[in-house]
Design a protein. Sequence first.
Length: 114
Amino acid sequence: MGMMQEPKRSNKQNSKMWAMLTDLEKQLVWYGRRMTKEEWKDLICHEWKPQQLVPAISSGFCVLTASTSTVAPREFADIVEIIYAFGTEQGVNWSEPALAAYEEYSQLQREQNQ
């Protein structure tokens, strides 16, 4: 008998993460540059699961990024927590959709820790 897999995150959950990343994109400058929400996602994912740096085929280096498309809701809650903690520390004024996402996932974490 195989192990039961956790469900993957839903499109609704995904859109909540992007709401938070959009707040970072609109409000923060990272080391002198504005970053896209996709770049913020890469930076946050590195905190969640450190990436590997490998030599590129032609020159320089390539960062092997983690994918969040197959992440279970429990792990996804960790990513949302990292986004929230970082953004709050940087003074982000969270939008209503971002706050709703954080509240949903912090509730999930509280339930798991009981």
